[in-house]
Design a protein around this ligand. Structure first.
Ligand code: GLN
Length: 172
């Protein structure tokens, strides 16, 4: 998706892979696995340092959103813990309850086609967090400083508006 928009992309698996990047998308998957491996390889510390120094914008999607959250309801799993949100994992149900929804997102003139797969709810913990979209009244897209978190998978439909917006956000 980013490549089709002309961005130079790299996969990040080790701390040194962050060098030169102005943005990081932490993808969906399994947040306990992401947390475990990120801690084992020191990716968590490296992301924290680059974020704190103002060099990096971060967008966590689904499991990635869980990983960047400060609080994870009922779980002590490893995390980055940078964003002031409390997430409830699998809040919309199990894998078989996956669904698609058209969301009203701030500043978009038409709804955004979003895919939810074992998606979390992202509850803000402070005034610094802005809710940019809701699904069934629950916050599913939020921002804070140079961070975004979305419950859904924005890469699974042809709609590239959010990726476009993220690239602009990284440049800023
Ligand atoms: N439910 C998964 C978790 O808690 C996230 C699912 C996903 O990323 N689609 O990690």
């Amino acid at each position: 998706m980013l490549q089709s928009l002309g961005a130079v992309v790299a996969e990040v698996r080790l701390p040194e892979h962050l060098k030169g990047l102005s943005g990081l998308i932490v993808p969906g998957g399994e947040s306990t696995t992401i947390g475990k491996l990120a801690a084992e390889y020191g990716v968590d510390q490296a992301v924290k340092e680059r974020y704190d120094s103002g060099e990096l914008a971060v967008w966590g999607t689904c499991a990635g959103a869980i990983w960047i959250a400060r609080e994870i309801e009922g779980s002590a799993q490893k995390r980055l813990g940078l964003m002031d949100i409390c997430v409830r994992r699998n809040a919309f149900g199990r894998q078989v309850d996956s669904f698609e929804e058209f969301l009203d997102i701030e500043d978009f003139d038409t709804p955004f086609h979003a895919v939810f797969i074992r998606a979390p709810i992202l509850e803000p913990l402070g005034d610094g967090v802005r809710v940019l979209a809701r699904c069934e009244d629950a916050p599913v897209f939020v921002s804070q400083d140079r961070m975004w978190a979305s419950s859904f998978h924005p890469e699974l439909t042809g709609d590239n508006r959010l990726h476009k917006r993220f690239l602009k956000f990284c440049k800023r």
